[in-house]
Design a protein around this ligand. Structure first.
Ligand code: ADP
Length: 833
């Protein structure tokens, strides 16, 4: 079957597909068309990685749009949303408008209504449904990518419930579910009332085997000799072996999967020895250029390490990298410039980065719940192995596991090479998932009675997979009790009604348990006056270094007062040093009056189930215990006792997370934070984003409950969003001015956007380190009539203060504010870009 045989596509699309090199549809694609995927019928396609699932989705969505409909593509990871959107944008020339949901409901609302094809994560879709986005009713085709992830206990239930809701809103909805090969695709198809297309066809042969001793032992019984030198790691021998085999003038590239970020970095560094000696001179020049781009994009140790590896033809890839570094690595690997990538499974599974040889080095991973190493699922290993072989470029793909004894080799054969992948099992009956979805289902009017609720839940995969109807009813009742006890809903006989606050919680997309924690914490803060240690219920202070305020009932101090106070303490000398390490002492407001400190608020949101906390490493317990006692009056809510081991650890882990946020909001540079907390720039951004969202939610809850905490919460939120102290909040509001530029301007005496508008140009230019284009853009954004810098000389004093503002000289030159040229309004996140 050819693209032109699919008569339902918009005009011009078949020709465009053929021009892309899609002469024939792959067999699973033809099977999907025969099953009606282009005619509006629901289809579950369970086929191996790299067998062209995206095109199945495109055939369905584009045909649906050609019939006047509207399509939604649900991605499994936020990082994939923009990648998919870019991919689909090539259809815009055929009249298909593409949009991605950014998650900002207000700005999304109307705009998305005008799009034909929308890309979003399941969480975003769930949130849009909860908020009653009207265009959801117009959807005619919904694609769920990687639908086997309904098995994931964290995010699976949201995908499951979202699909059930969308199908209920629109009874004729076409659902196209794309899945890796799983053990029970028929059950998934049964649940979605869809035709099943199941296939193990691949566009390129895949040979799988286990390396043991001096050879790869393939599952067809053949062998390939790959001997390992003394002191050499087997993966190094395998990467070298692939590179030394030239087909059609190209050397074979390798993708090495390992189980942690640290291992990915370590393995890549070691493998540079293999790749470096096999580079052509012109490749070296291109790699140098690529390394420079990576260094320019970020100044963290991680980026520098990555650039060092890249110069010699190897790279690592994990979620701790900035998205810019990630895509630079992916592109260069696809272009065969980078010869070897060491990756963690999470991200690499979703990205189309084929390699001639895939090496699954680690097949066990640390499992916190289990408390030790656990083997990966067969499904996951199959997905990694499926990345082997680039159609049209390699003669075949090879996927290799590693064993250092015969027993392990036998085990690997049984567990991964000969085994069928696992069945997909719903995780909806887990309490945290139900808590969230039951409230949302009631609040958004999907169910108004207990029986209606159970009837809705009956349409989920969970219900279709269980014989025990009582279990769902029992957990649901427990959850209803919890929600009623926290005033999120009212129950009157069979009737269920969400309260005002319940509606808010659902709309804000909070886990009800997070909302309960936040509300309790804010109330407690109000009652105790926030910093009143004497009111702290669970413990007595071991040292009396902080005088609790005498009058716990004193009114609230505003956030700005608080910050001014804090900054006054920390910044008195205006010294870069005091600023760069200001976190702790700067905001230690004990005795200065009752107010909610930023740290207290960061800690409050950090201990909710919606925040993924930092781990305590060895020695951390003592460090954070000490900090806890030092700053005890600032914490909101009831601290557990030191003897409640798990709860206490949790409290301290939240404190570590809160300290990271506080450091960020005190202008500590990204590199120092990364080092101090042992995290990558991607992690810092993740924590900051989550904190911003949770504090925004806290602000709304406080305002709805008329708690006077609103202003403190807002100040804390804005500071964490922009990564600045209070005094810079106005300046960072100017487009193109990130935290670093704001600090430089401030130190040069320009303290507000109004002052910037009127400021002496030479001072602005000096503060912005002589960059004329930047200075012009910034002035223009501030509303200056004539922003031109023609003939303006940079003021030396301003330059000197800018350098001083950077603390340690040139550091930060290439990061932070320098990204402010981007006119996406995100300049305040410069450090992450
Ligand atoms: P999956 O989602 O199944 O892992 P993708 O949809 O990413 O796989 O497809 C893998 C690659 O195959 C893509 O580069 C895609 O352009 C290409 N491809 C898909 N269908 C065809 C086809 N019929 N002919 C040639 N190439 C195709």
């Amino acid at each position: 079957m050819k693209p032109s045989d699919v008569s339902t596509l918009p005009d011009g699309v078949p020709e465009a597909l053929e021009a892309e090199g899609i002469a024939e549809l792959y067999p699973p694609q033809s099977a999907a068309v025969e099953a009606g995927v282009a005619d509006g019928d629901s289809v579950v396609a369970s086929v191996p990685t790299a067998s062209g699932k995206t095109l199945i989705a495109e055939l369905a969505m584009l045909s649906s749009i050609a019939r006047g409909g509207k399509a939604l593509y649900i991605v499994p990871l936020r990082a994939l949303a923009s990648e998919k959107k870019t991919e689909f944008e090539r259809w815009e020339e055929f009249g298909v408008d593409v949009g991605v949901s950014t998650g900002n409901y207000d700005s999304d609302g109307e705009w998305l209504a005008s799009r034909d094809l929308i890309v979003a994560t399941s969480e975003k879709v769930d949130s849009l449904v909860r908020n009653g986005a009207p265009w959801v009713d117009d959807l005619t085709c919904v694609v769920a990518d990687e639908v086997h992830l309904v098995d994931d206990s964290g995010r699976g239930p949201t995908l499951e419930v979202t699909l059930a809701k969308l199908r209920r809103i629109n009874r004729n909805l076409q659902v196209v579910a794309l899945s890796a090969t799983v053990g029970n695709a028929d059950e998934v198809a049964g649940w979605l009332d869809a035709e099943l297309v199941e296939s193990d066809w691949r566009p390129i042969d895949l040979r799988t085997g286990v390396h043991y001793g001096s050879a790869i032992n393939f599952d067809d019984g053949s062998q390939r000799e790959v001997s390992v030198g003394t002191g050499q790691k087997p993966e190094a021998a395998l990467v070298a072996d692939a590179l030394d085999e030239t087909v059609d003038g190209t050397r074979g590239s390798s993708l090495v999967f390992v189980n942690s970020r640290r291992n990915a970095e370590g393995a890549a560094k070691r493998l540079t020895g293999v790749t470096d000696t096999r580079l052509e001179p012109e490749e070296r020049a291109e790699l140098d250029e690529l390394a420079r781009e990576i260094r320019d994009a970020s100044d963290t140790d991680t980026a520098v390490d990555l650039a060092d590896c890249v110069e010699t033809g190897a790279a690592f890839h994990h979620a701790g990298l900035s998205s810019e570094s990630r895509s630079l690595v992916e592109d260069a690997f696809r272009d065969r410039l980078i010869k070897c990538v060491c990756a963690t499974p999470t991200l690499a599974a979703g990205v189309n980065t084929p390699a001639r040889r895939v090496i699954v080095r680690d097949w066990r991973r640390y499992d916190g719940e289990f408390g030790g190493m656990q083997p990966l699922d067969t499904l996951e290993v199959h997905q990694m192995m499926g990345r082997a072989g680039r159609p049209g470029l390699d003669p075949y793909g090879e996927a290799v596991l590693l064993a250092n004894d015969r027993d392990t080799m036998d085990e690997l054969f049984e567990r991964y090479l000969w085994a069928e992948p696992e069945a997909v099992r719903s995780k909806l009956a887990a309490e945290p998932a139900l808590r969230t979805h039951v409230l949302a289902t009631v609040a958004s009017g999907f169910a108004t009675t207990r029986s209606g609720l159970l009837e809705f839940l009956d349409q989920t995969l969970y219900a279709s997979q269980t014989d025990d109807d009582d279990r769902l009813a029992t957990v649901t009742d427990r959850v209803l009790e919890y929600l009623a006890a926290n005033d999120f809903l009212e129950r009157d006989g069979d009737t269920l009604t969400a309260t005002g606050i319940g509606h808010t919680v659902s709309r804000l997309y909070l886990d009800p348990m997070s909302a309960a924690e936040i509300v309790d914490g804010l109330r407690e803060g109000v009652e105790s006056g926030g910093t009143d240690a004497a009111e702290s219920p669970a413990r007595t202070r071991p040292s009396d270094d902080g005088e609790a305020p005498d009058d716990a009932e004193v009114g609230f101090v505003t956030g700005s007062d608080l910050a001014a106070e804090a900054d006054g303490d920390a910044d008195s000398g205006g010294e870069p040093d005091s600023r760069s390490d200001a976190g702790g002492d700067g905001e230690h407001t004990v005795g200065d009056g009752p107010t909610l400190s930023a740290l207290g608020l960061y800690h409050l949101v950090a201990r909710t189930p919606d925040m993924y906390q930092l781990y305590l490493k060895s020695g951390d317990r003592e460090t954070y215990e000490e900090q806890f006692y030092e700053r005890e009056p600032e914490f909101l809510g009831h601290a557990p006792s030191e003897f409640e081991d798990v709860a206490w650890e949790d409290w301290l882990a939240a404190l570590k997370t809160a300290r990271l946020l506080e450091d960020w909001a005190s202008e500590l540079d990204e590199d120092t934070i990364a080092e101090r907390y042992g995290v990558g720039p991607g992690d810092i951004r993740g924590k900051v984003d989550t904190a911003e969202w949770l504090l925004g939610a806290a602000e709304q809850l406080a305002s709805e409950l008329d708690l006077p905490a609103v202003r403190d919460v807002r100040a804390a939120r804005k500071r964490v969003a922009d990564g600045v102290r209070e005094e810079l909040l106005d300046l960072v509001g100017v487009r193109g001015v990130g935290r670093k530029r704001a600090r430089r301007l401030f130190e040069a005496g320009i303290e507000t956007s109004a002052e910037l508008r009127e400021a002496d140009k030479s001072v602005v230019l000096g503060a912005l380190r002589g960059r004329e284009k930047t200075a012009e853009n910034v002035l223009q954004a501030a509303g200056r009539q004539d922003p031109s810098m023609d003939g303006v000389e940079a003021d030396d004093d301003a330059t000197a203060s800018a350098v001083a503002a950077d603390g340690d000289g040139e550091k930060g030159e290439t990061s932070g504010g320098e990204r402010g040229d981007a006119d996406d309004g995100q300049a305040t996140f410069g450090d992450f870009s």
